[in-house]
Design a protein. Structure first.
Length: 526
């Protein structure tokens, strides 16, 4: 611990043994999962450091959480789904204020649990707070739009958005706070009730927020349980009582979970899944800018982002210049501990270094070379990024989403090569295209917008800013997440219609004046 600055030290094991079900924080006295950090394990004989314990809850408790969420929703009759919109907003405002007080604690745990560097850990926290605040503003805007009657063909209608029911929310380890909350927050504010299980890494950092959830929302609206995905999610899905599966993770997990639901047409999906975003470098690309964008695109957070550039296509005519500059830039990167704010940091998954090394070995055995001197250098908790060229379709690194520090490169002479590969790919999230000539770029962009859902021009792929749509085609996503779209994804349009006659007009007028309905109203929140 000596090399760790005082403010980031963890001086004793964090024994977290609480969970939140039905508005009550209870102590777990069953089995626990040990939480290890790989940060300080460099050599083969260094063991990962035990930093905490979290409850390893059983399926029975998962069902208790489900029961609480189901009762709180009560077929749409519960307190939360029928509450006035501005009261739900007040609950969320109260939550975000409480959450802000936990910033330092959560940032520290982000570094220890997943190895994210200090700046990015702070960014993850602040971006989440901003996301919640923007969601509140956006919900008011959506609610305002629903405050006007329409009248068409003699039928008057007041159309709003209503909740869907019980949401099971499962987030990823690479953004254990931000991406999970990008599901949970819109789900809650739209009037749904939720069960949330943190990802496999980044679990301790949720513990400081249990109290804030408990104090801010009515009983049963947010239920937080800890344990293994299969143990917790299986009985919940099998019950058939889940209306929305909200998951950021792998498509294979999403499919297995859907398959457990006995009434699939009742299950709405909000899924952010894997991707293999290509970076395509045309012959007139600005090389220095492209190198810079490809470094951050491939290697921010060691490539552990669904939006990372996971394969680069470089035009034959500029291949040599690009590769020599790119390789130099990769070798200049520093590996450090998160508080040192290096781009490269230890990998949180103990098995990842071996997986990355295996990808490299497989590519080499099929004819690829490591172009950079440090490429593939292995430590217990890290593999230095290897720039692999030339990569072929038979190699694992071409086919698999590496989600780690290895950069496969292919050269091309005709743009139809990467476009055909993208068409054949199982994924369709984003692409980065580097070039200047509009005559060339125009038709390429026109093809690519129909193969993926975001074309980044001379810029690395990324999810943000969060007001922009984040989605994908094929196995990369189901539904769209932006601040606005997530509110739509977690709700459904529902409305009151009446024949336009004096009787109905009178009833509606009286209803609005007397404020007898939370749904039929024409006022709105500022
Ligand atoms: O893991 C996928 C994340 O949504 C990526 O988000 O592009 O902001 O890093 P980001």
């Amino acid at each position: 611990m000596n090399m760790v600055p005082k403010e980031y030290q963890i001086n004793k094991v964090i024994n977290h043994n609480e969970y939140l079900i039905n508005g009550k924080i209870s102590n777990w006295d069953g089995k626990h999962t040990q939480v290890y950090s790989t940060l300080l394990s460099v050599k083969n004989d260094d063991k990962p450091l035990l930093i905490g314990n979290t409850p390893e809850m059983s399926g029975d408790y998962a069902l208790k959480a489900l029961d609480a969420a189901h009762t709180a929703f009560n077929y749409g009759q519960g307190v939360w789904p029928t509450m006035k919109v501005y009261e739900r907003i007040q609950c969320m405002e109260s939550f975000v204020e409480k959450m802000k007080t936990k910033r330092e604690e959560i940032v520290k745990l982000l570094m220890w649990e997943i190895g994210k560097n200090l700046n990015d850990s702070r960014k993850e926290f602040d971006r989440t707070v901003e996301y919640i605040n923007d969601t509140i503003v956006e919900y008011k805007r959506i609610d305002r739009k629903g405050a006007t009657f329409q009248n068409k063909s003699g039928v008057r209608a007041l159309i709003r958005r209503g909740p869907l029911g019980v949401v099971l929310c499962l987030g990823p380890y690479n953004y254990p706070l931000n991406e999970t909350f990008a599901l949970l927050i819109p789900a809650i504010i739209m009037g749904n009730t939720t069960i949330f299980k943190p990802a496999k890494h980044g679990v301790l950092l949720i513990a400081p927020l249990l109290e804030a959830f408990k104090e801010s929302f009515p009983d049963g609206v947010v239920n937080i349980v800890f344990g293994r995905g299969r143990e917790i999610a299986t009985p919940i899905m099998k019950s058939g009582k889940v209306d929305v599966l909200a998951l950021i993770g792998h498509s294979s997990s999403a499919i297995s979970l859907q398959d457990l639901h006995p009434q699939k047409n009742r299950l709405r999906l909000v899924l952010g899944l894997e991707a293999k975003n290509p970076g395509i470098i045309l012959k007139d690309a600005d090389i220095d800018l492209t190198v810079k964008e490809c470094i951050s695109g491939t290697l921010s957070f060691n490539g552990q982002r669904c939006t990372a550039l996971k394969i680069l296509y470089v035009h034959d005519e500029i291949k040599d210049e690009f590769l020599s500059k790119f390789v130099k830039a990769v070798d200049e990167l520093k590996l450090g501990l998160p508080w040192e704010n290096t781009l490269l940091t230890p990998l949180p998954e103990p098995a990842k270094p071996k997986y990355i090394s295996d990808l490299i070995d497989d590519a080499i055995s099929q004819g690829a070379k490591i172009l950079n001197k440090k490429g593939g250098d292995k430590q217990k908790n890290f593999v230095f990024p290897a720039v692999l060229y030339p990569v072929k379709k038979e190699m694992k690194v071409y086919k698999e989403e590496q989600f780690g520090p290895v950069i496969p490169i292919i050269s091309f002479s005709d743009i139809s090569t990467p476009i055909k590969d993208m068409s054949a790919s199982n994924y369709g999230q984003q692409v980065s295209i580097f070039g200047k000539d509009v005559d060339t770029l125009g038709p390429i962009i026109d093809s690519m917008v129909n193969l993926v859902c975001r074309v980044n021009l001379n810029s690395a792929c990324q999810r943000g800013p969060d007001i922009y749509p984040f989605t994908g085609r094929k196995d990369s996503a189901v539904a769209t997440l932006s601040v606005h779209d997530a509110l739509r994804s977690f709700s459904i349009r529902t409305f009151v219609a009446s024949k336009d006659n004096e009787l109905n007009k009178g009833i509606l007028r009286e209803m609005i004046d007397s404020k007898k309905s939370h749904f039929i109203r024409t006022d709105y929140y500022l």
